[in-house]
Design a protein around this ligand. Structure first.
Ligand code: AVJ
Length: 343
């Protein structure tokens, strides 16, 4: 009997492992499909474009980590200094037993600064599209914060998602969206995201990191670093298409182009074809005229007033904000009012 049970258990475990494996494979297949679909669509558009989310495969994420340490790239350094300095202040607003919901889990270093300052943080819910990345990160945090519940959620936070129900006796639910990732959203998408935060964080708040409008020279340097790491990061979307989709981009016949579009308050990144050429992706070919670009990223810059306006539109209530003396970067506290039936 015991043996039979052990046997059944083993079979179950094999099933589960096979399932997990099949699941992982299905997810990779779906991701490649999305990339192929989006690249096809983007290359067929009158202004060729691809979403910046496709930068971040393993190599792209490593390149981004290098960007964050570049002398010209002030945002990461500045935001970390703000967190270091003002985390106690933020923690005071969060109160005891709060839980942190992080949108995108690339910045474990950042949330640690918050957790270290908090009064008995209860639970940490990092949301990320990449399960592998999330689970690795979760393991490290559980070790370092034994009292903390770490419940990663594999989801696309730009779409709809459902958070686990609040724990009994838990404190505030506070969203954490650092890094000025909001800057990758078009204004309509940013509004939609903040609206969703107002809903899912009811009775709690959002801590939002945002890069501020500043001198075009400083912005230009941050996206045109001397070592060419940003250029490599930009080209990685083509490198990735070649590897994953069997495309044949001649990556060195595309020049890195990044500039500040002042009227639209955004850095634009493009890959500019240095000659007339055709590229094959799957069964289709696309032609690039000399000087034609693939638009790979927008990185919007903000003002505190602009963000407060946007927050109000989304149903969030602006609270304190923390910025550096040069006003390069900002962290904002935005309250998510309790729902009417809760109040
Ligand atoms: C991750 C979107 C905040 O816009 O500064 C860095 C990405 N692109 N260098 C940014 C990025 C080029 C970054 N965000």
């Amino acid at each position: 009997m015991k043996d039979n049970l052990a046997c059944a258990d083993a079979a179950n475990n094999v099933d589960r492992a096979n399932n997990a494996e099949a699941n992982a494979q299905a997810m990779v297949a779906r991701a490649q499909n999305d990339f192929l679909h989006d690249l096809h669509q983007g290359l067929s558009a009158p202004h060729k474009r691809i979403s910046p989310k496709y930068f971040y495969d393993v190599q792209g994420s490593a390149l981004f980590d290098r960007i964050c340490t570049l002398p010209e790239y002030y945002p990461t350094r500045t935001e970390l200094a703000l967190l270091q300095r003002y985390a106690p202040d933020m923690a005071a607003h969060m109160g005891a037993q709060a839980e942190v919901v992080e949108f995108g889990a690339g910045s474990l270093h950042k949330v640690r600064l918050l957790l270290d300052a908090m009064d008995e943080p209860r639970r940490y819910i990092p949301i990320d599209i990449s399960g592998a990345h999330l689970n690795g990160a979760a393991r490290g945090l559980r070790q370092d914060y034994p009292g903390l519940l770490v419940e990663p959620l594999v989801a696309d936070y730009t779409q709809d998602f459902t958070l686990p129900p609040a724990l009994p006796t838990a404190g505030k639910r506070v969203g954490f969206f650092p890094g000025s990732t909001l800057g990758n959203f078009e204004p309509q998408e940013a509004l939609r995201f903040l609206h969703q935060c107002a809903h899912t964080l009811q009775g709690g708040a959002l801590i939002l990191g945002a890069d501020l409008v500043k001198s075009p020279d400083v912005l230009h340097a941050a996206y045109n670093d001397a070592q060419g790491v940003t250029a490599a990061f930009n080209r990685n979307v083509m490198v990735r298409a070649n590897r994953e989709l069997g495309a044949n981009f001649m990556v060195h016949d595309f020049a890195h182009s990044a500039f500040y579009n002042a009227p639209l308050r955004r850095i634009e990144m493009h890959l500019m074809s240095t000659r007339q050429q055709t590229v094959r992706v799957g069964d289709s070919t696309f032609s690039f005229a000399q000087g034609e670009t693939l638009h790979t990223e927008n990185s919007y810059k903000f003002t505190v007033e602009g963000l407060h306006q946007l927050a109000l539109q989304a149903g969030l209530k602006p609270g304190p904000f923390w910025t550096d003396p040069e006003q390069q970067f900002c962290l904002l506290w935005l309250d998510a009012p309790p729902s009417r039936n809760q109040a």
